[in-house]
Structure formats: C-alpha cells, structure tokens
Design a protein around this ligand. Sequence first.
Ligand code: APR
Length: 304
Amino acid sequence: MAPGANLVGIAGGDRLLDGVHLRRHGRDEQPRELPDEGLVAVLLQKRGCVEGGHARIMTDACLRELAARISTAGRVTVMTGAGISAASGVPTFRGPGGLWRSFQPSELATPQAFARDTLLVWEWYSWRREMVVACRPNAAHDVLARWSRRDGVRLITQNVDDLHTRAGARHVVRLHGSLWELRCFTGCPAGSRPWRDERVPLPRLPPLCPHCGGHARPAVVWFGEALAHGDLEQALAATRCDVFLSVGTSAVVHPAAGLMHEARAHGAWTVEINPEATEASPDVHLTVRGLAEEVLPAIELAMR
Ligand code: APR
C-alpha cells in the first residue's frame, strides 16, 4: 500500500452491496461482487478516485492487518464521538434524528442561551439525562473498556453520556464534560469545581449551586467555550501515538477534530470508523465504513 494512500472498507451484512464506481489505473471499474468471506474488505483508493457512495468489502487479510497494527502498537489512541453511542440509543447530533436536526445549538448549548432562558436549557439537559440513564453501553464501548486496561492505550471522547466509564473504561479524557456533572454558573470559587449529581429527575430545575445559591449549570463544554486546560493537554499528549482511531465522529467540531491531524503529523497511522464519509475521511490512512458496534468487536476478534 503506497504511503498516504487511503483505504476504504465496509463492515456488516447486506449493507456491503452499496455500489461505487472506481477509477483505478485510468479506467472505470464496476465493483466486483466479492464472496462475503470475513467481515470487511478494502478497496485501494487514491485520493479523489472513488466517486459516489461507499466502497466495497475488505478481506480478512486487511482486518488482520488492522488488528496486527493495533495489537503490536506501543501507543494506541482512540477518539470517539456520538456515533459510538448510537447503538445504545443515544441520538447523535448531526445524523438522521440527530439533536441539532430538531434543536438549535444557539438556543440550548451556549452560555448566552443559558443566561437568556436557564429553565429551557435545563429542561433540555434534564430530558437528555432521562434518555441517557435508560441507555446501556454497547459492544463498541465494551471493546474500548477492555483496551483501556492495556498500557499505552488512551481513550478520548467528545461524548458527555459517560457510557465509556459505565462500560468500565479507565482514564477516559472527556473533552466536552459530562451530563452527570454540574458546576456553578456564577463561577463562585467553591462551585467552579464540578460535582456529580446523577439524580433523575433532578429535584429542582434549575438546580442551585450548593456553595453560593446561584444557578448551577451542566458541566459540559458549550459552543464558544474553551475546553478544560488539563483535558486538552492530555488529548494533545495522546496524539503522540502509533495508531490513532477516530470512531463515530463527523470531525467537524474543533479542537477535537484537529487531533487526528496532530497524530498523523506525529507519524501515527490514522484510521476512521464511520458508516458515512466525514471531514476527516480524505486525510486518514484507512477509512472503515462500518458501525462501531460491529467493527470494533471484529477487530478485537482478529487480535486474538
Ligand atoms: N458507528 C460509528 N459511527 C456512527 C454510527 C455507528 N453506529 N452511527 C452514526 N455514526 C457516525 C455518523 O455518521 C456521524 O459521522 O457518527 C457521527 C456523529 O457525528 P455528530 O452527530 O456530528 O457527533 P460528533 O462528531 O460526536 O459531534 C461533535 O459536536 O455538537 C457538538 O459537543 C457536541 O461532542 C459533540 C460535538
């Protein structure tokens, strides 16, 4: 495989048969019907050659290569987005049925929106807490929880649902905070350190800061806000790795979306797992078009 060339793969069932046109060696080529041996297959893709839709299947050989690279790498960093929790029933943000399809981020996920209508914002977060408390980690969370116990594995998430932690994952860097943590909105010194409150429903909306009596806010990172210094530092340090996996993110929100590029610049082999093309797809070494809850267990199986 030429360095820098991109691989594309698909995982899982009858979705394998979506058609693509390839331009390779200067001619159009209809995708071949490949036997469904193994889970996924790879089409060699030079940048800009593949047009319209998903690529075809990847052989077991390539799944083994992916597994071998992950198991032999000294440092593996995995960054996840909303897509990893989709199979648990947590809506994504921008996909079909995504939160931002029915709600305005400017009305619900900014400090200005909170100041403008504190109750509205808290009703929305309370609704999300009620939804997420009923969800369970899925097979993708479980695989990453097991991997997180291995030296050299770093897990970064943009998700605020804490399903990685509930799956038993260790040292999860939560870039965007947690639905289950609150902090003081007025910023009183004692209340600026987040406290955990998992009560559903919360006894009072809006909840109050136990230190100053002012409004408490969800300890999540809203649009226009900086990430917690420590979290961003840890995430940037984790881009110094051998393999960087980007799982279930549309790669549009920065600085999280920049981490893959940082890792690639540090020489990491970069992989995307997502059923859809994303902003990052042209820039990763391998794109696996598949569902996290199918692809990650398949990789783990191939690592045995
Ligand atoms: N497995 C893998 N990926 C999936 C799956 C799945 N089962 N289902 C959906 N996806 C992919 C979608 O194709 C999409 O590319 O997950 C991605 C989800 O993208 P977004 O909804 O944009 O979520 P995310 O990238 O995590 O958003 C980043 O934006 O709104 C803010 O703070 C919020 O953390 C969030 C940030």
